[in-house]
Design a protein around this ligand. Sequence first.
Ligand SMILES: [Zn+2]
Length: 175
Amino acid sequence: MAIQDVLQFGNPLLREPCVDVSDFASTDVLTTLADLQDTLIDLQRIHGRGGGLAAPQIGSTLNIVYINAKGRSFHLSNPVIVERSEETFEVWDFCFSANAAFLAPVTRNLRIVVEYRDSSGEKVSEEFEGYFSELLQHEIDHLNGTLFIDHIRNPESMMMVEEWDRLHNNGQQAG
Ligand SMILES: [Zn+2]
């Protein structure tokens, strides 16, 4: 449908919890699904990194996330993390709502189980591990008004993206 502007840190809408999708055929929902896809693909083209986008980042209050990463492209509506592994890992994270300008290490659960509705409203329960686990924890946090900076334990470890790219050759993580 359309590429949307991405709300940036400091916008109070990023701190509001979203509401569940009930009518999967409504214009509002269909527009949000399409706009998330168009906007994420544009952001990936511009920044060369990132794998997901959440509805509040484009000003929608619906519980919808769009993922486009590692050859898999799908929407999750009303996603809820129902299980988290005790095992954790540390990942360099960043956010398109901070213009993907800096990264910081955050600790995430290595594996999660997510219950969600697919784009046609069908119930799905799926386990995610590693990269996708981190990505979905980041995006589902957005739906609850939580940002990755809330998880930063060591602010001194934050790096601007130019410096991070100089030290690492592979772009990674959320959005
Ligand atoms: Zn984000």
